[in-house]
Design a protein around this ligand. Structure first.
Ligand code: ADP
Ligand code: ASP
Ligand code: MG
Length: 453
């Protein structure tokens, strides 16, 4: 059995949905279980609408209309008439009515909690799984849309919920195996789940990859296929550097590091459940299915040590705490970290000197509270609109001259912070956002567009 996960672009319109259905049909003999994202941009729209609705901004009506129009158009083009169209139209009406009620509700309360936002952002996947299942049926495959919220059980961390693997495994086997065993193809919405009490949750943005890995692990799949809009995991984001190359094989560690530091092609948490069970993850292109893609495996990839890719994460803030009296004072760093811990804020990179410490965070929300508390420990400075650029690979500690090549390549870029040595698979540094693309272009040229010395 295989898991086939389709991202937003891969189900973003009629042609893409039909192509996805064909890809599933061609692999029917491998017993596919399909996981789909919402149609591209729909989750963004749902969230935008919610932010307007809570302010009772009438523009939320326009957002609602746009969401309805996108789906209506897709359904009517896919199914000009017949029972499938009727069924989908009724489902759409029901879910969108619920969305309207949710928007009205947050408007009345003048409060948009993470719990409400999860109920709202789950709407995209609740619709897309029905559409893709119908398209598959139209292609002669007996597909069945299954609401993931009945199977994927999570805790109550709304907006970034964690799966209960034991209960999810039990439910997934109970519900999905009979469908597969009788020649059917289950189609599940990614990203969404529910608490044991049935309250809707989401796994966080980009979470459909994680759903694929969760069900892959639950069902002991032979392979998890992540079908997306690029040819695989590449040496750098191909939208920024068109000369990016596909990486045929990456280790789970490298993939996790790349995902964490911004290579959006894979959700950071995806690899874990799959790799723990020894299930290979393959990243494939639904636009160019002939491309071999990238295989992510538990063991280190074959070939020599060295850099394998560059990742970029924008929207980073640096918090710098200086305290001249920190000189030789023990406990200072512990107190700094206590503040971050208290505000449940995770830190990506750290650099320390005798009298100061710099830290990067990617969630801007807690910054005012964090800086207020930190100012009791020393002078605090905040630098916004920064970006982390990471060179990811293997065996960096054994690689003489790597740092030299890196600094030489970046000689014209203003580097604010560097982190090297925490692991031998990653060197990260921070630059201003406006310099980030230039930095990754030069690095790519240095490490991936010429013969290695
Ligand atoms: P999906 O909707 O299929 O989940 P995403 O938009 O989440 O797709 O991820 C695919 C996108 O990731 C690509 O369009 C590409 O712009 C971006 N990306 C960033 N870094 C990389 C990389 N190193 N290799 C491939 N794609 C990358
Ligand atoms: N639709 C969700 C998002 O846009 C989940 C996903 O696509 O993976 O974040
Ligand atoms: Mg994605």
């Amino acid at each position: 059995m295989i898991i086939m996960k389709f991202g937003g672009t891969s189900v973003g319109g009629v042609e893409r949905i039909q192509a996805a259905a064909r890809l599933v049909k061609e692999r029917f003999d491998r017993n596919p279980v399909v996981v789909t994202s919402a149609m591209s941009k729909i989750t963004d729209l749902l969230i935008r609408g919610a932010r307007l609705a809570v302010k009772r901004d009438p523009d939320s009506e326009n957002v609602l209309r746009e969401i309805r129009a996108r789906h209506d158009r897709t359904v009517s083009e896919l199914f000009p008439d017949g029972p499938m169209r009727e069924r989908l139209t009724a489902h759409l009406a029901l879910v969108l009515e619920e969305l309207r009620t949710l928007y009205t509700g947050v408007g009345y309360l003048e409060e948009l909690t993470s719990r409400s936002l999860d109920a709202i952002s789950a709407v995209g996947e609740r619709i897309s799984c029905e559409i893709l299942a119908a398209a598959l049926t139209q292609n002669g495959v007996r597909a069945e849309a299954v609401d993931s919220r009945g199977l994927l059980v999570t805790d109550e961390s709304f907006g970034k919920a964690n799966p209960d693997m034991e209960e999810t495994t039990r439910r997934a086997r109970l519900k999905l195996l009979p469908i597969i065993e009788t020649g059917g193809v289950p189609v599940l919405g990614g990203f969404i789940g529910a608490t044991p009490q049935g309250v809707t949750t989401t796994l966080g943005r980009g979470g459909s990859d994680w759903t694929a890995a969760i069900f892959g692990a639950a069902l002991n799949a032979d392979e998890i296929q992540i079908w997306t809009d690029v040819d695989g995991m590449m040496t750098v984001d191909p939208r920024i550097v068109p000369r990016a190359r596909v990486i045929p094989e990456v280790s789970a560690d490298e993939a996790a590091e790349l995902a964490y530091f911004g290579a959006k092609v894979l959700h950071p948490a995806t690899i874990k459940p799959a790799i723990e069970k020894g299930i290979p993850v393959r990243i494939l292109s639904s636009i160019n299915p002939a491309s071999k893609g990238t295989i992510v495996s538990g063991r280190p990839a074959a070939g020599s040590d060295g850099p394998c890719a560059i990742a970029l994460k924008k929207g980073i803030t640096i918090v710098l705490v200086s305290q001249p009296k920190m000189l030789m004072a023990h406990g200072f760093l512990a107190r700094v970290f206590e503040v971050f811990d208290h505000h449940r804020t995770s830190v990506d990179l750290i650099a320390t000197s005798e009298v100061s410490v710099s830290l990067t965070i990617d969630d801007p929300k807690p910054i005012p509270a964090v800086t207020a508390d930190l100012s009791r420990l020393g002078e605090v400075r905040v630098l916004r609109e920064m970006a982390i650029v990471s060179l990811v690979g293997r065996g960096f500690f054994r690689h003489a001259g790597l740092a030299g090549r890196l600094f030489h390549a970046l000689r014209e870029v203003n580097v604010t912070m560097i982190s090297f040595g925490a692991s031998d698979v990653n060197i990260s540094f921070v630059v201003e956002e406006r310099d980030a693309e230039r930095a990754i272009c030069t690095l790519h040229r240095e490490f991936f567009e010429q013969e290695r010395p």
